[in-house]
Design a protein around this ligand. Structure first.
Ligand SMILES: N[C@@H](CCC(=O)N[C@@H](CS)C(=O)NCC(=O)O)C(=O)O
Length: 233
């Protein structure tokens, strides 16, 4: 059985999208990040960066002890390797996908995340910070739009590169972006949105009761973290 430590956020949706596409049985364990469950010692053992998602596979390929993986990009690679799906087997195809997966992990995710932070969550509106991240998100949407101009998916057939990027485009309005400005990205986005596995993945997220990051309780937990949170004091 696959155990997914999860909360319904873009990085969590990436993994349920894969699991639903592959038809793998899995159990969701909610990690309520607005309540501080990401700092529980047992969770930190499998996710030392106090972030979800994290995955534990009791039945890894080749048998043996359970395998635990944190970081959504590494989790997608693990699942692709386990199932032989959504990652080409040939070297060129595999690295075509890998470079776009890492592009999402190192660019679209962090920049859009800071965009959310300064546009929606920061207690003061700092125009420099808002503009910096809205513009950077806009640039990255442009990169993806150009990439998609002459292909259906980001790298060959539907792959973990698409699953990584899609959930970060879902909140485009909150990121100050208009999909109309990116016609190829819009076509790709709308095609993934109606995949039955995508619909099932997002429906699973509705089982969990989230706390808005702007609430006083969540704000104290999520923002202003220092090394003390992982040292347990
Ligand atoms: N690079 C990590 C980022 C994961 C991440 O930022 N998760 C957020 C929710 S989307 C989280 O767990 N936040 C908890 C916190 O900030 O304490 C990944 O892709 O897995």
């Amino acid at each position: 059985m696959i155990h997914l430590y999860y909360w319904p956020t873009p990085n969590g949706h990436k993994v349920t999208m894969f699991l639903e596409e592959a038809g793998l049985p899995y159990k969701l364990h909610g990690v309520n990040i607005g309540k501080g469950e990401q700092f529980e010692p047992d969770f930190l053992k499998i996710s030392p960066n106090n972030r979800m998602p994290a995955l534990v596979d009791d039945d890894p390929p080749g048998g043996g002890a359970a395998v635990s993986v944190f970081e959504s990009g590494a989790i997608l690679l693990y699942l692709a390797e386990k199932t032989g799906k959504f990652l080409p087997k040939d070297l060129r195809g595999r690295f075509e996908v890998a470079q776009w997966l890492f592009w999402q992990m190192g660019n679209l995710g962090p920049m859009a995340g800071q965009n959310h932070h300064f546009s929606q969550y920061a207690p003061e509106k700092l125009p420099y910070a808002v503009n910096r991240y809205v513009n950077e998100t806009n640039r990255l949407y442009g990169v993806l739009d150009k990439r998609l101009a002459d292909r259906q998916f980001i790298a060959g057939a539907y792959s973990i590169a698409d699953m990584a990027s899609y959930p970060w485009i879902v909140p485009y309005e909150r990121q100050g972006q208009k999909l109309e400005d990116f016609p190829h990205l819009k076509r790709w986005f709308e095609a993934i949105k109606v995949r039955p596995a995508t619909e099932r993945a997002y429906a699973r997220g509705q089982e969990f009761k989230t706390i808005p990051p702007t609430s006083e309780e969540a704000r104290k937990i999520l923002f202003g973290q220092t090394a003390a949170v992982v040292r347990g004091r």
